[in-house]
Design a protein. Sequence first.
Length: 138
Amino acid sequence: MNLKLWRLPALATLLCCSWVAVQGADLLIMDIDTKFDEQKVMPNGGYTFRFYQRIGKVKVYKNSPETLVWQTPGNNPQVNSPQKYVLRMQSDGNLCMYSPANRPVWATNVLGADQKLYLKEDGHLVVKKGEKPVWTNK
């Protein structure tokens, strides 16, 4: 009986660690027709994806120590109103940032249904259609 109790937690730990290893390669940031308004950190803690709504910037940081490794180009005016910049993965697959006036200010300019934005373990962003990369910030 004690042997069975010992094996179950060991099996659960093994399955949990295997899942994390497989999922740790790419962190899903955005799916089709979703809006993003926060930050996401790689499970291994290596990189952080942030979207700054007031200044209209996407930034990727390497953690420990925090170092900026990539950001969207351009200088958008800062907003101090309830209306903010919006980052959206559109249903046509184009990742777009919109100004508070709902005008596009940055985009990946790649189209295709069922595309998703990922943060890779090495800190690069990639838009994938299935397993195929269609855009990267590399």
